[in-house]
Design a protein around this ligand. Structure first.
Ligand SMILES: Nc1nc2c(ncn2[C@@H]2O[C@H](COP(=O)(O)OP(=O)(O)OP(=O)(O)O)[C@@H](O)[C@H]2O)c(=O)[nH]1
Ligand SMILES: [Mg+2]
Length: 161
C-alpha cells in the first residue's frame, strides 16, 4: 500500500523525450498528442502513475513547444518535484535553461534526466558539466535503461526532505 502521494511534473525542450519517459515508467500511461513534422507532439499533457517505495507517484508530462507555456503553468500547480528531460545528443539548450531558471525560482526540488543515451552521439557528461551542482541521471527512455533507478533516486531525495 502506498503511504503517500507525490505529484511530479516532467519538463524539457520540444522532442527531448518527456512523453517517452512517462511511457517507459508506466506502460499504461495516457498521452494527448497531435501530429507534427517530428512525429507526435504533446499538446495537452501525459499522465502516468506508478508506485515507488511507499509513495504513489503521479507523473504529469508537459508540452515542450514554447507556445504552451500556459499549459505548463496549469500543470505545475501543487507539484512536489520536477524532472527536466534533456536530449543528451543536443545538450542544454536555451529552452532547458529557461525552464531550469523558472523552476529554481520556485524552489521546487528538481532532477535532470539526460535522455537518448542509447544514441552514439549522446553526451550525458556534457549535460552534467553544463549543470553544476545538479543531479543528472543518464537514461534511455527508448530502451528503458536506468529510468526506474533514476526516478527511484529522485523520489528518495524527496521523501528524505
Ligand atoms: N534514440 C532515442 N530516441 C528517443 C528516446 N526518447 C525519445 N526518443 C524519440 O524522440 C522523439 C521525441 O520523443 P517524445 O517522447 O515525443 O518527446 P517529448 O519531449 O514528449 O516531445 P514534445 O511533447 O513534442 O515536447 C521521438 O521520436 C522518440 O521516439 C531515447 O531514449 N532514445
Ligand atoms: Mg511529449
Amino acid at each position: 500500500m502506498a503511504e503517500g502521494r507525490l505529484k511530479i511534473v516532467v519538463f524539457g525542450s520540444f522532442n527531448a523525450g518527456k512523453s517517452s519517459l512517462i511511457q517507459a515508467l508506466d506502460p499504461q500511461s495516457r498521452h494527448i498528442e497531435a501530429a507534427s513534422s517530428e512525429g507526435p507532439t504533446t499538446v495537452a499533457f501525459d499522465f502516468g502513475r506508478l508506485q515507488v517505495r511507499d509513495q504513489m507517484v503521479y507523473l504529469f508530462g508537459t508540452p515542450g513547444q514554447e507556445r504552451f507555456e500556459f499549459v505548463r503553468q496549469i500543470l505545475s500547480r501543487g507539484m512536489d518535484g520536477a524532472i527536466i528531460v534533456v536530449d543528451a545528443t543536443r545538450g542544454v539548450d536555451a529552452m532547458t535553461r529557461h525552464l531550469y531558471a523558472q523552476l529554481k525560482a520556485l524552489g521546487v526540488p528538481l532532477a535532470f534526466m539526460a535522455n537518448k543515451c542509447d544514441c552514439p552521439g549522446a553526451m550525458p557528461e556534457a549535460v552534467s558539466q553544463a549543470l553544476p551542482g545538479e543531479m543528472v541521471h543518464p537514461i534511455s527512455a527508448r530502451n528503458g535503461e536506468n529510468v526506474h533507478a533514476a526516478l527511484d533516486a529522485f523520489i528518495t531525495t524527496l521523501i528524505a526532505r
